[in-house]
Write a protein that binds this ligand. Structure first.
Ligand code: PMP
Length: 354
């Protein structure tokens, strides 16, 4: 740390991203919830094509073409969509500008919420989940502060229904309710349609998971026009060109091939059910998931040890050291072949221990 760093940033505990090893191709990589499938052919063509030649020019800061395509796809107005550099960027803005009264979110959830709260000096209340990691909507009713809920939640994979989200929205008319839907395309129910009914709702999604574009960095939010205008004001006060030319072109192509991504999401869901069943046969407890990952533990092996032994076999999964969940591991769902390699390795590790 340099002596120049402002006092208030000195104690921040930064977010630790999942490992991205240099020798990535040697690993079966099931640790950061990326898609195992490449982007659609149109995306590859868009990035390799004429757009690359235009890189000397700034990109469109309003992302007009992309926003109009997205508005059509999601059935909302263009004034209801905000785009930014990954949904992390949007969550950062939310904690920066909508949390004067504080924020409430589940104690076990996306680790970045805590970091953003600290970064922006926001008072945060972390609400415990039930023992089975399910969320009680009553805990967020009449919160009196901004509510942030990942649905499906991470790293548990559990989802709540729109009826439960509506209860939270109705009981917080004067506070913003943010639903982080990074994983919604894998079987969850999206709250986007509720944005027409509730002007205190903001839904955040990403192209990183179901759309195989984690490396392109594109997130979006859907909500009432005044909220979108606020976010846009902050984007234009920080970095108006925060969605680069190639990403805009790639995302337009991805939307044109939406069917490809929906088919991939379906495969992931099938592989998730297969992997869950196989792990349960091996004695694992698997939390029911609506995401592209599962959260599982075994009484036969410590979570950290399983993570380490799999890593030795060049299989990466995600382990969290937080005591309440340190017995568990989060396993991203890949192709059927990848999941078979993972399951074989788990079997072998457990057999060696008998
Ligand atoms: N929300 C949740 C719940 C996540 O797990 C992630 C991925 N780490 C994000 C948001 C951020 O995704 P991205 O910035 O890639 O859009």
């Amino acid at each position: 740390m340099s002596r120049f760093l402002n006092e208030r940033f000195r104690t921040i505990e930064e977010y630790t991203p999942g490992e991205q090893p240099q020798n990535m191709h040697e690993f079966v990589k099931l640790n950061t919830n990326e898609s195992p499938f490449p982007p659609s052919p149109g995306v590859i063509a868009a990035v390799n094509g004429a757009e690359a030649e235009k890189l000397r020019l700034y990109c469109d800061p309003d992302c007009k073409v992309l926003i109009s395509k997205m508005a059509k796809l999601y059935g909302v107005g263009q004034e209801n969509i905000f785009l930014s550099n990954g949904s992390d960027d949007i969550l950062n803005f939310i904690f920066m500008i909508f949390c004067d009264d504080g924020v409430v979110y589940p104690e076990i959830s996306y680790g970045f919420y805590k970091v953003y709260a600290e970064l922006h000096g926001v008072k945060d209340i972390k609400v415990p989940l039930k023992k089975d990691f399910s969320l009680d909507p009553a805990d967020y009713c009449g919160a009196g502060k901004t509510v942030v809920i990942a649905n499906p939640n991470a790293p548990t994979g559990r989802a709540i229904g729109l009826d439960e989200i509506e209860k939270i929205l109705k009981s917080n008319p004067d506070n913003l309710v943010v639903i982080d839907e990074a994983y919604v395309d894998f079987g969850g129910e999206s709250a986007v349609k509720l944005t027409k009914k509730y002007e205190n709702l903001l839904v955040v999604q990403t192209f990183s998971k179901s759309r195989s574009m984690a490396g392109a960095r594109l997130g979006f939010a859907v909500g009432a026009a005044p909220i979108i205008a606020d976010l846009t004001k902050i984007k234009y006060s920080t970095n108006p060109y925060n969605i680069n030319r190639l990403t805009q072109a790639a995302a337009c192509a991805a939307i044109d091939e939406d069917e490809y991504y929906r088919a991939n999401a379906k495969l992931i869901m099938e592989n998730r059910e297969y992997t869950s069943t196989e792990l349960q046969k091996l004695g694992f407890e698997v939390i029911p998931s609506k995401a592209n990952f599962i959260f599982a533990k075994s009484d036969k092996i410590d979570g950290e040890e399983l993570y380490q032994l799999l890593k030795e076999k060049k299989i990466l999964i995600r382990h969290f050291t937080i005591p309440a969940i340190s017995q568990y591991n989060r396993i991203t769902i890949g192709t059927r072949d990848q999941m078979d390699i993972f399951l074989e390795a788990v079997k072998e590790i457990l057999k060696r221990r008998i």
